[in-house]
Design a protein around this ligand. Structure first.
Ligand code: ADP
Ligand code: MG
Length: 422
């Protein structure tokens, strides 16, 4: 965190941070990302809740009357409500902060406005899943007007949702005069900017995961900056197919083989390196963990599918990464959810944890989960809480949630005038 008020990193130019506002007795609308993975009605990983705490604590210490808002999953109908309620999140938040979290079912009712004037310093308001409101995903101005009617200061700290122009991310701050970011977004952008602007060389990108097609813009954007790509995961088989290797029953995106070949040529033409797996862990069926074998070359035999990088590849990647000064990792090296196929992914996490003088940044939902699961998460420079948002930012796209905060809202706006009179 840089000194109070000073936002140094390029990506945050013209954006205010929460510590630049006087929060005392102000109604602060804080958009956070509490979109946690749930299983059987319980939170299975509370990383995002914990990541939201510093800004929440800061605002409470400064005497703000706090209204928190977040989405959870993708509820589609009224019937989805119980499954996507923020109830368990409210409980967890209350526990972590030792305060009372008042969950408000209807953000458009009179309840939030009524609660705020008498809110105690040990209480905060959490709005129920904002995606229960159809206006949220539609970026509705009308819905935003209602929220703005009880907002003096708007703060966005929901990095993982900032690539979406939704009402609590875009329409609402466009109506509010005093607006800025929280500490989490500040850190996320600061870290990702390290990769975009003058990363220390050698800069290596470890790319894996499900599909080449998801990652094309990132690969294209990185090709000029990265010194070496290390490829794994299902993605590797499309690249290997482009080199003419046998891929057996592995996942290959046939319509992306030409793109992969073109990338390999472009990387080589720039005198850079692209490492592909030299051996694999294979099985006949992704559900079969009994008859699991290791190939002795990059070739995958007929009828087998590759589910992880092999031991020689783990060693090759480890050696290569030891020279790195900057590393970006997106995408697991194999089907890491299955313990038998997780060695390659966890080996990468272990290697990154040992690079003590390198900047190591992990982006992507599954990659972050893998890093956490490896036990080495604490030894990396940064694990992004935003999957899609971090990739979009790195591929050079503007995040709507940040752009809106650079724009001034005229103080003659109807909502601002109404709030001033109130
Ligand atoms: P992230 O969320 O970090 O961006 P992705 O969503 O692109 O990562 O990819 C993660 C998924 O890729 C995981 O569910 C994993 O099981 C799958 N995966 C990785 N390697 C393979 C493989 N060889 N075959 C099939 N699926 C794979
Ligand atoms: Mg994913």
């Amino acid at each position: 965190m840089s000194a109070a008020g000073a936002v140094a990193t390029a990506g945050l130019k013209g954006v205010k941070r929460i510590d630049e506002f006087d929060l005392k007795d102000k109604r602060v609308f804080l958009r956070v990302d509490l979109n946690v993975p749930m299983s059987g009605g319980a939170i299975s990983d509370d990383t995002r809740v914990r990541a939201a705490l510093p800004t929440i604590k800061y605002a409470m210490e400064k005497g703000a009357k706090l209204v928190l808002a977040s989405h959870l999953g993708r509820p589609e109908s009224k019937e989805d409500r119980p499954r996507y309620s923020l109830e368990p999140v409210a409980a967890r938040l209350g526990e972590l902060l030792g305060i009372e979290v008042l969950l408000v079912d209807e953000p458009t009712s009179d309840a939030p406005k009524g609660l705020l004037p008498t809110l105690k310093p040990s209480q905060l308001v959490l709005l129920e899943n904002v995606r229960f409101e159809p206006g949220e995903s539609k970026n509705s101005r009308e819905f935003a007007m209602t929220l703005a009617s009880y907002t003096d200061i708007y703060i966005n700290d929901a990095f993982g949702a900032s690539h979406r122009a939704h009402a609590t991310i875009d329409a609402l701050p466009s109506l509010v005069e005093q607006k800025g970011i929280g500490f989490l977004i500040a850190k996320e952008i600061e870290m990702l900017d390290r990769l975009l602007h003058a990363p220390a060389a050698p800069y290596m990108a470890i790319l894996g995961g499900a599909k080449v097609s998801d990652k094309i813009p990132v690969i294209e954007n990185m090709i000029n900056r990265v010194d070496a790509f290390l490829v794994g995961g299902a993605m590797a088989y499309t690249f290997l197919a482009a080199q003419g290797a046998a891929t057996g029953a592995s996942r290959v995106e046939k319509d992306k083989v030409a793109f992969a070949g073109e990338m390999l040529r472009r990387i080589e033409a720039r005198g850079k390196r692209c490492l592909l797996p030299v051996d694999h862990v294979v099985t006949r069926d992704i559900k079969d963990t009994k008859d699991v074998r290791t190939t002795d070359s990059a070739q995958v035999p007929e009828g087998w599918l590759a589910v992880d990088i092999g031991p020689k590849t783990r060693e090759l990647y480890r050696k290569e990464l030891q020279r790195a000064k900057t590393v970006f990792w997106n995408g697991p090296m194999g089907v890491f959810e299955t313990p038998e196929f997780s060695k390659g992914t966890f080996a990468i996490a272990e290697t990154l944890s040992q690079l003590t003088d390198a900047t190591t940044i992990v982006g992507g939902g599954d990659s972050a989960a893998a890093a956490e699961g490896s036990g080495y998460a604490g030894m990396m420079t940064h694990i992004s809480t935003g999957g899609g948002a971090s990739l979009e930012y790195l591929q050079g796209d503007k995040l709507p949630g940040l752009e809106v905060l650079r724009k001034r809202t005229p103080s003659s706006s109807p909502v601002i005038s109404a709030n001033k009179e109130a």
